[in-house]
Design a protein around this ligand. Structure first.
Ligand code: Z5A
Length: 201
């Protein structure tokens, strides 16, 4: 990795990742922070997003894992790695911890961390009861995609795997109570990000 700063947001659906990514992106716009979302961010990634989330195609769990990872590798190649090499800040709405949690924890597929996927400098885990996240999505009028339509049990396994990942790497993860207000969560995010940004310049 270069000398940039790689920040990722993780959590179950409706936990407020996209909201926090947008708030942080605005706060760091003066540094031309690069904001990406997964799956997506490249032509391949956007096509895979459609295939993975809305096509209705039946997918084997391991095939699904490789597709998410292929999209990620392309995003690393085209966007994330060059930006970090230039010393930029990259903010990602989901990254490889999502595959570990959803395909690994949720579906029981063995998932490794490829040596060519950089570890983020910091990862915010937005922790929210699965039912609350679903309620927020319903209130916002968002229809459930293929993964979101999985059972409550599936989403509970995903949440448990996120907790395990965060406990295993306490230096990288910051676990936040996502039931707090947007502003409270953002304030806590900034308490961790600001010193790291100051250290960059
Ligand atoms: N997936 C996978 O299986 N494997 C992988 O490797 C990857 C992904 C990368 C991506 O869907 C799906 O792909 C996802 C996992 C799977 N499926 N599931 N589950 P996506 O990108 O379309 O959706 P998402 O990532 O799950 O995000 P989301 O559902 O859009 O939610 P969110 O980004 O966490 O939350 P939000 O959009 O910021 O907020 C949701 C609503 O709550 C909205 O109305 C907000 O205004 C509101 N909100 C936000 N914060 C608050 C607070 N603090 N209080 C009250 N209300 C709030």
């Amino acid at each position: 990795m270069g000398h940039g700063l790689f920040i990722t947001f993780e959590g179950t659906e409706g936990s407020g990742k996209t909201t926090q990514v947008e708030l942080l992106g605005e706060k760091l716009s003066y540094r031309q922070a690069v904001v990406v979302r997964e799956p997506g961010g490249t032509e391949l990634g956007e096509r895979m997003r459609e295939l993975l989330l809305t096509s209705g195609m039946e997918l084997d769990g391991e095939a699904e894992m490789y597709l998410f990872m292929a999209a990620r590798r392309q995003l690393l190649h085209e966007v994330i790695t060059p930006a970090l090499a230039l010393g930029r800040i990259v903010i990602a709405d989901r990254y490889h911890d999502s595959t570990l949690a959803y395909q690994g924890g949720g579906r029981g597929v063995p998932v490794a961390w490829p040596a060519t996927f950089p570890r983020p400098n910091m990862t915010f885990l937005l922790a929210l009861p699965v039912e609350s996240g679903r309620d927020r999505q319903l209130r916002a009028g968002k229809s459930a995609d293929r993964v979101e339509r999985e059972s409550i049990d599936f989403h509970a396994r995903v949440a448990a795997e996120y907790e395990r990942l965060a406990a295993a790497e306490p230096a990288r993860f910051m676990r936040l109570d996502a039931s707090e207000t947007r502003e409270e969560v953002h304030h806590k995010v900034m308490s961790r990000v600001s010193p790291a940004v100051d250290a960059l310049s």
